[in-house]
Ligand binder design. Structure first.
Ligand code: NDP
Length: 400
């Protein structure tokens, strides 16, 4: 079918690349390009010979638009799948515009020097992408990603109107370390140490970090403490779900994680303000990332399951109804299949599926769009085919 250029070669990219290689009919060719090309070469060595997908590698600094344009012009991919960091979203979108190439990512843009993530920067490209006749698919991971597809599916098949959405992200996995993050530590800690917020009656309600706590009994995981966070899909869902009254996002955290995080915050280690250390400027959070376990190394030691999904309340045929769509994923099975833990797996699989939707033309909508703006059905089918089967319940326990 075609060729994808995959930028980044970390935890999430590794899973997406494995999945592209399982799906050679669609991904006839992939080019893996990242800052550290040796990581791309290692993955190429591991996978070639096991797949019909032709794999090439390249070095690129994705902060530099000119380098990206030169790479895209040389490789001529049908789509660019951005699995580097949120800091690179805009430079990669600029290069896609210059070369008229479709764009897919899993996380919204964040400026490196401000811990603030929102869609405004990427939505500002809408008209340019539309005029260029190319599609930008934003947020094709699990959350954002599958959660948005779940919302679009619920609206299409189960409701006339959705009024309340609670997104529950539970990681019941145990890696045996007192403190480690399941994806890029810098991005993860910026996300969880920020103020919380939710959408209610047309506006944001802000909370202190971890101020709102609930306990929920997750299928195949058990009872967990979960905390309300700000999360990027709330921003787009608030616009794209007609009749919505409230959207909240909860993530589970264990006490050890929270105690370590509080202590690191209290001593200044999570700060993104540069400090002088032995005559050199360093960012404390980046230094912390360097001493924490690499999320990619958690795969062989993580046991347990993730359970992520959306609980909906709304109306169908004039009657109130509730509905829950979710996926349960086992860390050890993921490791057996692709050598990664479930957090990378649940992000990398939808990233591959999003790239497939755009490459095959099933999703073709010039402009910049969030995932819930597309027809959910082919994506929902692909989740079942490619390792993230979904489950549903018509009588879920609600979150108060
Ligand atoms: P990693 O840190 O493991 O990988 C990031 C990769 O990007 C590394 O290979 C890194 O290269 C590369 N990279 C960083 N900067 C540059 C640059 N300037 N030029 C080229 N390559 C660069 O991160 P993850 O795999 O954990 O996360 C990847 C993305 O997925 C992030 O944006 C994250 O926010 C998102 N994510 C989304 C989720 C969702 O559900 N939607 C969930 C989890 C993550 P190097 O090897 O040199 O460091």
């Amino acid at each position: 079918m075609g060729k994808a250029l995959i930028i980044g070669c970390g935890g999430v990219a590794s899973v997406a690349i494995h999945k592209c290689c399982q799906n050679s009919e669609v991904f006839e060719e992939i080019c893996i390009a990242s800052r550290t090309v040796s990581k791309c070469d290692v993955l190429k060595e591991k996978l070639q010979g096991t797949t019909k997908t032709k794999i090439t590698t390249a070095q690129v600094d994705a902060d530099k638009v000119e380098e990206l344009i030169a790479l895209i012009e040389k490789e001529k991919p049908d789509v660019v799948l951005n699995l580097a960091l949120p800091y690179q979203d805009l430079t990669i979108m600029d290069a896609c515009l210059a070369t008229k190439t479709h764009y897919i990512d899993t996380a919204n843009y964040e400026p490196e020097d401000t811990a603030k993530f929102e869609y405004s920067w990427q939505w500002a490209y809408r008209e340019k992408f539309e005029k260029a006749g190319i599609t930008a698919l934003l947020g094709s991971g699990f959350d954002p990603g599958v959660t948005g597809v779940f919302c679009a599916y619920a609206l299409k098949h189960e409701f006339d109107e959705i009024n309340y959405i609670d997104i529950l992200d539970c990681n019941g996995g145990d890696h045996g370390y007192p403190f480690a993050t399941n994806f890029n530590p810098e991005i993860n800690i910026r996300e969880v140490s920020a103020k919380g917020s939710y959408w209610e009656d047309g506006h944001w309600v802000e909370t202190e970090p971890m101020e709102i706590k609930r306990v929920y009994n997750f299928e195949e995981v058990g009872e967990k403490d979960m905390y309300l966070l700000h999360h990027e899909e709330i921003e787009s869902l608030a616009l794209n779900m007609p009749g919505i009254k409230r959207i909240r996002f909860f993530m589970t955290f264990g006490q050890s994680y929270l105690t370590h995080l509080k202590c690191l915050e209290n001593v200044g280690m999570t700060s993104i303000e540069p400090i002088l250390f032995e005559g050199k400027e360093i960012v404390p959070l980046q230094f912390l990332k360097a001493v924490l376990p690499d999320p990619a190394s958690l795969g062989p030691r993580t046991k347990g399951k993730t359970n992520i999904g959306c609980i909906f309340q709304g109306k169908k045929d004039g009657k109130e109804k509730t509905y829950y769509l979710y996926n349960i994923c086992d860390h050890e099975s993921c490791y057996k299949e692709v050598g990664s833990q479930a957090v990378a797996y649940t992000t990398g699989v939808p990233a591959m599926i999003g790239a497939m939707m755009v490459m095959t033309g099933k999703w073709n909508k010039p402009g910049v769009h969030n995932i819930e703006e597309f027809d959910p059905d082919p994506f929902m089918d692909a989740l079942n085919t490619w390792g993230l089967p979904w489950r549903e319940s018509h009588k879920p326990v609600l979150v108060d």
